[in-house]
Design a protein around this ligand. Structure first.
Ligand code: 3PG
Length: 311
């Protein structure tokens, strides 16, 4: 008997690792495609409030159709669920629109370098707002994260304050999203996929009036005509791709969150940023100076040290 157990456990573990590996690879690949199309759209059509709204709308529509056709199981949720989801959705909406505004102003790689500083925000918010203390190595790991991001920011050739602040606000908002969603998910039996679907729907309802107020249909119609005249009819497919891939990468990330610890998730998220930074630099021919790249590398190394220290 013990022999049987010894043989079966590694096989199960290997299968689980393989499954998580597939989730991670899919998550990163979908994220790279989203980031490329999102930037292509924003270069031709600089209206991040509309593109963020469309991303949420595409996801909401896909999930409503999946529920109606029973492709996905309809979640059994009550009023308490939606109440608990509200602060998560507010934070998700702010984080999403701020990141998109950032990417409309600066290179995709720059936004993601600043976003690799998210663990620093997480520690500072937990320490100063929630009174949670961490061991010394965790605080020390913040030095390369903050120092690396600062070095990358001051040496960025196309620095823009709105682009920088957008990425910083997104970091802060996503830290709150993670704190609220941990609290809100307690005792609820909703799958990662359905949780993200409900989050998209609520965020869409929150964002739509703001998007209309900040940009509005008149500006969108004029901008759309200009973009189509520059890019041609393919422009609509770029918009569709950025919207659909935004939902898919987030859905897969929430599905993998079901399977792994938040720590493994944050390591996966940092590695995702490396693939986005490298591929967007290659595709958009983003100019990078050695000192700028050094800053990014230090910041990313810092997030790895942080994950080790937290362990
Ligand atoms: C967004 O538009 O919401 C951001 O690109 C999300 O960034 P992240 O999922 O890579 O943190």
């Amino acid at each position: 008997r013990p022999l049987e157990i010894n043989i079966e456990l590694p096989a199960e573990e290997a299968a689980q690792r393989f499954k998580i590996g597939v989730y991670f690879a899919t998550w990163w690949a979908l994220n790279v495609v989203f980031n490329i199309y999102n930037k292509k759209v924003l270069n031709a059509f600089p209206y991040p409030w509309l593109t963020s709204t469309l991303s949420l709308a595409a996801g909401s529509l896909m999930m409503l159709v999946s529920w109606a056709t029973r492709v996905a199981e309809v979640p059994k949720v009550n009023l308490d669920f939606w109440k608990a989801l509200f602060p998560v959705a507010v934070a998700h909406t702010i984080g999403h629109v701020a990141a998109t505004v950032s990417m409309s102003k600066v290179a995709v790689s720059f936004t993601h370098i600043i976003k690799s500083g998210e663990p620093a925000f997480s520690v500072l918010v937990s320490r100063f707002l929630l009174g949670e203390a961490f061991p010394m190595p965790v605080y020390l790991s913040l030095l390369p994260i903050i120092g690396g991001c600062a070095l990358a920011a001051v040496t960025e050739l196309n620095f823009n304050m709105i682009g920088f602040m957008g990425a910083m606000i997104s970091n802060l908002a996503f830290v709150f999203r993670n704190i609220f969603s941990k609290k809100g998910m307690k005792g609820m039996s909703v799958s990662g996929m359905n949780y993200y679907a409900c989050l998209s729907i609520m965020s869409l309802l929150i964002l739509t009036p703001f998007a209309i107020a900040v940009e509005g249909p008149k500006v969108w119609a004029a901008g759309w005509q200009t973009a189509v005249s520059q890019i041609g009819p393919n422009f609509v497919w770029w918009v569709a791709a950025q919207s659909v891939f935004y939902h898919l990468y987030n859905q897969v990330s929430y599905m993998s969150l079901d399977q792994i610890s938040p720590l493994t998730f944050s390591i996966g998220n940092t590695m995702k940023r490396i693939s986005v930074i490298v591929s967007s630099i290659l595709i958009f021919h983003t100019p990078v100076q050695p000192i700028n790249a050094l800053g990014a590398a230090i910041a990313i190394l810092g997030t790895f040290l942080y994950s080790q220290a937290k362990q």
